[in-house]
Design a protein around this ligand. Sequence first.
Ligand code: BDR
Ligand code: CA
Length: 313
Amino acid sequence: MTAKPIIIDCDPGQDDAIMLLLAAAAPAELDILGITAVAGNVPLALTERNARLMCELAGRTDIPIFAGCSRPMVRDLITAEEVHGRTGIDGYDIHEPAIPLQEKHAVDFLVDCLMSSEDQAVTLVPTGPLTNVAMAIVKEPRIVPKINEIVLMGGAFREGGNSTPSAEFNILVDPHAAHVVFACGRPIVAMGLDVTHKALTTKQRLAAIGEIDTRVGRAAHAMLEFYDRHDIEKYGTDGGPLHDPCTIAYLLEPGLFKTKHVHVGIEINSEQTMGETTVDYWGVTKHAPNTHWVHDIDAEGFYRLLTERLARL
Ligand code: BDR
Ligand code: CA
């Protein structure tokens, strides 16, 4: 089996951090061509550093890391320190990572890397606001046919929003970028809150990660212990939702998820519902489907996969 070429675009964030560790632990299945950071959970200077810290922790010094856009396309940046802490990965022992930041801008890396690839060769995995990906598409539309599919974390339908009553954080931060990406014409797999809110870090699942007696195991456990307190309080659930790792889990074991092929639009005009993903679940608009909307997960299987992979690092 040849490893699938992917580019990860992220805004770490503890759940992005766990996503990076999971991806780093799958070299036989995933060929990570690069990691691009975007402003989102915390400002860009922190998200790019956190991406480097996680690759260093995972021992993956071979993966180039690029900093991208420091603000959304149109709107002002919204960050989420109340969830992730001041550093974005509170719970982790922060230091300056040895892995250098690449000089090239993330948008230029996306354009150059995709332009030098065959058609439908590269899978994009965005787990933050979609600014970098949209900017690359706007800068060089010829990259679009090079994309195999886009497996992203973002959006909400049945579950409602987590940042406004109707909008999920990643889409709300840069709805205009999301509009560009969802309309790009390549297949999209969207992990929205409908599914990620079923991937809860219960006490038992967290304890299993805590039993991994390695640096990675201890770091993952410490970050998740910090991270889940916010959503436990907010939703009254047994654990916090581990959003972003669902993307990589889908690439490794798609059978863990259930999807429906639907049209998804992005609200960019109404202040009240800005960033809402309008998921045409019953096909009432007759718009051609553009998204595999993920609506269910085998959560036990997901945590089995995650724990087993983290233990390999
Ligand atoms: C998304 O927002 C961020 O806080 C998380 O990292 C995740 O990507 C969930 O709404
Ligand atoms: Ca994220």
